[in-house]
Design a protein around this ligand. Structure first.
Ligand SMILES: NC(=O)C1=CN([C@@H]2O[C@H](COP(=O)(O)OP(=O)(O)OC[C@H]3O[C@@H](n4cnc5c(N)ncnc54)[C@H](O)[C@@H]3O)[C@@H](O)[C@H]2O)C=CC1
Ligand SMILES: O=C(O)[C@@H]1CCC=N1
Length: 267
């Protein structure tokens, strides 16, 4: 792929995407430019990845791009950014990674006739090859314009836009729930008397192994729990305490809060 990628915003998520697409040879570093208002971010991106950066949005850069990625936060000045994109007369496909902001709102802000637009929600697992990006396309973009780019930083699931906030709170915030579970499991091991290193190692192995069991067997977790919990035994006693706690509802409330916040941020 020899296209040019121009990212407006070079924060944590843009950096993770850029690192992956360079590593996976979807873009050459010489074909990537990042515009960011932060001196510190521009310096870090130049030094770490050898890509070009710019402090201001230039018409020439925007016009030369094949893909323009909007990677600022929902609270940032999207309106001025959209105006500058329009002024450049660019023919680039616009890809927004901004959580919560709808295609309708983006089309309205950009005010470009038949603009080719994708709203995506990338996953932070970009370095691992795991993690789905959720992508919704408007009526003027061809999947082929962006598919290779999206696959350059993980897996992609094309979904109707009405699902994208749910996808964000559930799947994109998903590693957070797992990190929390891992943290608490490790602490439980330390509480029970294992040293930190051993507790962490055993918990990580179990996370990977349990995921592999779910994937390989295709069984519902309740079936696997039935195998593991012998009558009157260790597992069923642990199960009783989990069932008697806020464990299930806590996870479900957290996901619902994440979905709700995604919707609120986009307003
Ligand atoms: N961090 C995450 O896990 C995920 C983030 N996102 C979305 O990605 C977007 C960026 O998130 P992060 O990278 O985490 O935030 P961040 O705060 O690390 O990055 C935002 C960057 O935009 C720059 N910026 C702000 N206003 C600007 C402007 N007018 N012109 C140019 N640059 C400007 C800031 O200096 C900063 O470097 C957000 O909209 C977020 O919803 C989407 C999926 C996951
Ligand atoms: O918390 C955040 O801002 C990002 C956006 C979606 C998931 N995490």
């Amino acid at each position: 792929m020899t296209n040019k990628l121009y990212s407006i915003g070079g924060g944590q998520m843009a950096e993770a995407i850029i690192r992956a697409v360079i590593k996976n040879k979807v873009f050459d570093k010489s074909d990537i430019t990042v515009n960011d208002i932060s001196d510190a971010r521009r310096t870090l991106l130049e030094n770490s990845y050898g890509i070009a950066t710019s402090e201001n949005l230039s018409n020439d850069d925007l016009a030369a791009a094949d893909i323009i990625m909007i990677a600022v936060r929902p609270q940032d000045d999207l309106s001025s950014i959209a105006k500058k994109i329009k002024q450049s007369d660019t023919k680039a496909a616009i890809v927004s990674i901004v959580a919560g902001v709808t295609i309708d709102k983006l089309e309205h802000l950009l005010d470009i006739k038949d603009v080719a637009l994708a709203r995506i929600i990338p996953n932070t697992l970009t370095d691992t090859g795991f993690g789905y990006t959720g992508a919704s396309l408007n009526d003027h973009i061809e999947k082929e314009q962006v598919d290779a780019f999206f696959k350059g930083f993980g897996k992609v699931e094309y979904i109707p836009e009405e699902l994208i906030d749910t996808f964000t709170g559930y799947a994109v915030a998903g590693p957070n729930y797992v990190y929390n579970f891992y943290k608490d499991l490790c602490n439980a091991g330390v509480l029970a008397g294992l040293n930190r290193e051993l507790a962490n190692k055993l918990a990580l192995e179990n996370l990977k192994g349990a995921a592999a069991m779910l994937e390989q067997t295709g069984k519902h977790p309740s079936e696997l729990l039935d195998i593991n919990n012998s009558a009157g035994g260790v597992g069923i006693n642990a199960q009783y305490e989990l069932d008697n706690s806020d464990f299930s509802a806590g996870i479900q409330r957290a996901v619902m809060a994440a979905v709700r916040t995604t919707k609120e941020l986009g307003k």
